[in-house]
Design a protein around this ligand. Structure first.
Ligand code: NZQ
Ligand code: ZN
Length: 389
């Protein structure tokens, strides 16, 4: 490990099927005014809304609501939420939902007391907040993003067709606490479940496929990837399997709570390609990643061959004997492709609504990262999108 780094993750986690009982103790730490933030209604259908509001009521909280936070939350919706949180003089933003709701709560938290336009400040200029932050707590209902224990907040500007994630440097933006009850994820539709599973896996890949130093993080990543593969196979056959869903929930948190990126460079180019697809189609996040991943990894494989060989051997148990380096690396990606198909992931962007004429615009919306094995230019990005059709 060659990098210099600091590591601090202040999010307190409560994990397991009894974890909601700790909400009350957390609520005691904040003032009376709580803004409850949730999505399109799944929490009303599965009973989580009633459970949470009962605890808020018993704690004597004065509750306002921001409902209807959509997957891939929009800037327009952010402006609406900022007004509600300001009007309510929020002491705590309580997000109950998936990554979209948690991200959205963080974006509101850094904007309530900010006089500047949040899109300009946080998403175009990538500045850190200079105002007081309203604390965020999460009750997670969808597994994948890691938003429950990180400082990322992705917002989509539908007008300019830009979907941008700001991973804030200040750990104060991470949720103060997150309640992770695997049971809450059992009502997820299969499409969302597998999309989230691939999101977890790709977060690990984004941090693994970069750098050449011998790094503890890469060993941790291999273990996490093996766990995701194992549990996903069980969960796809038996979605109500608590043990598998519980492992997936925990790996999702560790995949993107900043630990495995410490001391090494990271790539994130699959996310940039996927976010461009998301900005133009509003497709489900994990599926956008699945649809572009293999064309991207096959394209960059020659530039990071040693890591792709290691991936094949240590993650997919590819037997290297008698094979060339290129063959071994390619077999690793083939094994990954077979697993992705086994899960039923969307394997091309056509299925997500992209057509040939959109490729130039997609490439224009793609932010180029510079720490992976190959820095892509515009034409290469178009080519990768074309190979993803
Ligand atoms: O809105 P409701 O009705 O709640 O339905 C949601 C939504 O339609 C549904 N859902 C959630 N929990 C459920 C449930 N349905 C039934 N039972 C449950 N228990 O699932 C749908 C998707 O939810 P969403 O929150 O959008 O999914 P996800 O967790 O994948 O979040 C995606 C967002 O997170 C961003 C993505 O870009 C996207 O905007 N990301 C955030 C990251 C971060 N903070 O670090 C990193 C990620 O790479 C990602 O970019
Ligand atoms: Zn992701």
């Amino acid at each position: 490990m060659l990098g210099n780094f600091t590591y601090c993750n202040p999010t307190k986690l409560y994990f397991g099927d009894a974890s909601l009982q700790y909400l009350n103790a957390e609520l005691l730490k904040y003032g009376k005014n709580v803004v409850l933030i949730y999505g399109g209604g799944s929490i009303k259908r599965n009973g989580i809304y009633d459970e949470v509001t009962e605890i808020l009521k018993a704690a004597g909280k004065n509750v306002a609501e921001i409902s209807g936070v959509m997957p891939n939350p929009t800037l327009e919706k952010l402006y609406e939420g900022i007004e509600i949180a300001r009007g309510h003089h929020a002491d705590l933003l309580l997000a109950v939902g998936g990554g979209s709701v948690c991200d959205y709560a963080k974006a509101v938290s850094v904007s309530v007391n900010c006089e500047e336009d949040p899109w300009e400040k946080y998403y175009l200029r990538f500045e850190e907040p200079t105002c007081e932050i309203v604390p965020v707590g999460c009750i997670l209902t969808m597994v994948g993003t890691g938003s429950e224990m990180n400082a990322g907040a992705v917002i989509t500007n539908r007008e300019t067709k830009m979907k941008i994630g700001h991973v804030f440097a200040d750990e104060a933006i991470m949720p103060r606490f997150s309640i992770l009850n695997p049971k809450y994820t059992l009502t997820l539709p299969p499409y969302q479940m597998v999309s989230g599973i691939y999101d977890i896996f790709n977060h690990i890949c984004e941090q693994y496929f970069s750098g050449e130093d011998d790094n503890t993080s890469d060993y941790l990543s291999e273990g996490l990837m093996r766990s995701v593969i194992h549990s996903s196979r069980i969960a796809v056959k038996d979605p109500q399997n608590y043990e598998a869903r519980s492992n997936l929930m925990w790996t999702a948190t560790w995949a993107l709570n900043t630990l495995v990126s410490r001391g090494k460079s990271t790539d994130w180019m699959v996310h940039m390609l996927g976010q461009a697809v998301g900005a133009h189609t509003d497709a489900t996040h994990g599926m956008t990643l699945a649809a572009v991943s293999l064309p991207y990894y096959r394209y960059i494989m020659p530039y990071g061959l040693a890591k792709f060989i290691r991936f094949a051997k240590n993650v997919w148990d590819v037997d290297a004997s008698g094979k060339s380096d290129e063959q071994v690396a390619a077999e690793g990606l083939n094994a990954m492709e077979n697993w992705m198909k086994e899960l039923g992931l969307v394997m091309n962007i056509t299925e997500l609504g992209v057509s040939e004429e959109m490729l130039e615009d997609l490439a224009q919306s793609t932010l180029i990262q510079t720490d992976g094995y190959k820095v892509l230019d515009h034409d290469e990005i178009v080519e990768i999108f074309r190979n993803s059709l």
